[in-house]
Design a protein around this ligand. Structure first.
Ligand SMILES: Cc1cc2nc3c(=O)[nH]c(=O)nc-3n(C[C@H](O)[C@H](O)[C@H](O)COP(=O)(O)OP(=O)(O)OC[C@H]3O[C@@H](n4cnc5c(N)ncnc54)[C@H](O)[C@@H]3O)c2cc1C
Length: 399
């Protein structure tokens, strides 16, 4: 059976997130975009409203919601402010390796506190010298007695200066690539752990990004996630769980861009007519609408797969690659419809345009998604045609 309707509970959650975005995000998005300040009051409110950390199981004090709920919530919030939503959602990304590979003791110690107070978990995988090539991690880890000792640097880490803990990926031996990767939970106040200054960014300016350095940082052995050498698999499973949400972020941003354009064409007159009267403009809106509908369908399929089947790697890559391209294209076209006004900060389009770009970069670039999908078509995918029938120059028999 295929059913595209949301349940009553999902619709209520969606309405709550939509109201939150309209009351607490959109009115302050320009301020945080201009100043680059960390939007702690908004995130605090989001936490109080119960719109954060949705995937933490009930057993550990959370709401135990699935990927579909996560996605419909972030679509609404990203339509409000992409940067704030990234800072809010990074807790889910940071906590996901613990959900994927943590023991009950680790979950109790590190997930429950996120539900009891506003705390931050950051995901520390990328480094100055690598992002796409996760197996190329250079941060080193060595076992010494009852501790693992970390040395190296991470870069681009969202919320790093505010993090209470990090989920960190490091290598026992970089020459062994993915086989040597390990994942750890590292408390931010561990001696030898230091965060850098926030970097100035083109978009998502309401989310703080900085480096994290590890200098002989001793992590107790009980903080390893899974076994030694399992870090690569944990990172990939984490991305498969979180990429549907990035597709949902992108869908929310694209939807907002389309709605701003729709509003504008109803007001703006050119050549003595409302912009809405021109077929070229209607076609632009139609393109946006079709692609946003497709993006939403794709992220819902990926989220449904996560919730009901398990591994959503392929559908998550499809959704992420498609929806993030749609967000970039829609933001650009919606800006174009605004003409010069699209280019200045008195309208939200120039911010949406800057924010959209990041979706094609983080959590696996658009090219990386296509690498995954290209390999899938060539080796994982089961062709519908068992054998390709002979095509050329067949004379029909008497059926
Ligand atoms: C604002 C921001 C926030 C971020 N937050 C986090 C975070 O919280 N935690 C975290 O761990 N990381 C984070 N990242 C890092 C992000 O995930 C990486 O930037 C991303 O994975 C790309 O890595 P890179 O920048 O090193 O680019 P590279 O891997 O160097 O890639 C450069 C270009 O080459 C392309 N490319 C790479 N490999 C191939 C290939 N095999 N074939 C074809 N093309 C290829 C890429 O698609 C890209 O276009 C963040 C990044 C930004 C900008």
């Amino acid at each position: 059976m295929v059913d595209f309707r949301l349940t009553n509970e999902q619709q209520e959650l969606q309405a709550k997130a939509r109201k939150f975005a309209q009351e607490y995000m959109i009115p302050y998005a320009h301020y945080y975009d201009k100043t680059g300040e960390f939007p702690r009051p908004i995130i605090q409110k989001c936490w109080e409203e119960g719109l954060m950390n949705l995937s933490i199981p009930k057993k550990f004090g959370g709401l135990g919601l699935g990927s579909i709920e996560q996605c419909i919530t972030v679509e609404e919030m990203a339509a409000g402010c992409a940067g704030m939503t990234t800072s809010i959602y990074v807790n889910t990304l940071g906590a996901e390796p613990i959900l994927v590979a943590g023991t009950d003791e680790q979950k109790e110690k590190y997930l429950r506190p996120l539900t009891e107070d506003l705390k931050f978990a950051s995901f520390a995988c990328s480094e100055p010298g690598m992002g796409s090539d996760v197996a190329g991690i250079q941060t080193r880890v060595k076992k010494e007695g009852n501790n693992y000792v970390l040395n190296g640097s991470k870069f681009w880490i969202t919320n790093a200066p505010y993090a209470d803990y990090f989920t960190v990926f490091a290598s026992l031996d970089p020459s062994k690539r993915h086989k040597a990767l390990c994942a750890f939970i590292v408390d931010a106040d561990t001696p030898g752990v230091k965060t850098g200054r926030p970097v100035e960014k083109m978009g998502h300016r309401a989310s703080t990004t900085s480096s994290v350095m590890f200098r002989d940082a001793k992590v107790p052995e009980e903080n390893i996630l899974g076994d030694e050498g399992k870090g690569f698999g944990i990172a990939m499973k984490t991305f498969a769980m979180t990429r549907p949400s990035i597709a949902a972020f992108a869908t929310g941003l694209a939807r907002a861009a389309m709605e701003y354009a729709r509003d504008y064409v109803n007001k703006r007159e050119v050549f003595a007519q409302k912009l809405r009267e021109f077929e070229v403009i209607q076609f632009k809106l139609a393109e946006m609408y079709m692609k946003i509908e497709a993006s939403r369908t794709l992220y819902l399929k990926a989220a449904w797969t996560t919730d009901n089947v398990g591994d959503a790697t392929i559908s998550a890559s499809v959704a992420k690659a498609f929806a993030t391209d749609v967000a970039m294209e829609t933001a650009s076209e919606a800006l174009q419809i605004h003409g010069g006004y699209g280019y200045i900060d008195q309208y939200p389009l120039e911010k949406l345009f800057r924010d959209a770009k990041l979706y094609q970069i983080y959590e696996g670039t658009s090219e990386v998604q296509r690498l995954i999908l290209g390999r899938h078509v060539l080796s994982g995918y089961e062709p519908a045609m068992e054998k390709i029938p002979k095509w050329y120059n067949n004379k029909p028999p008497d059926f």
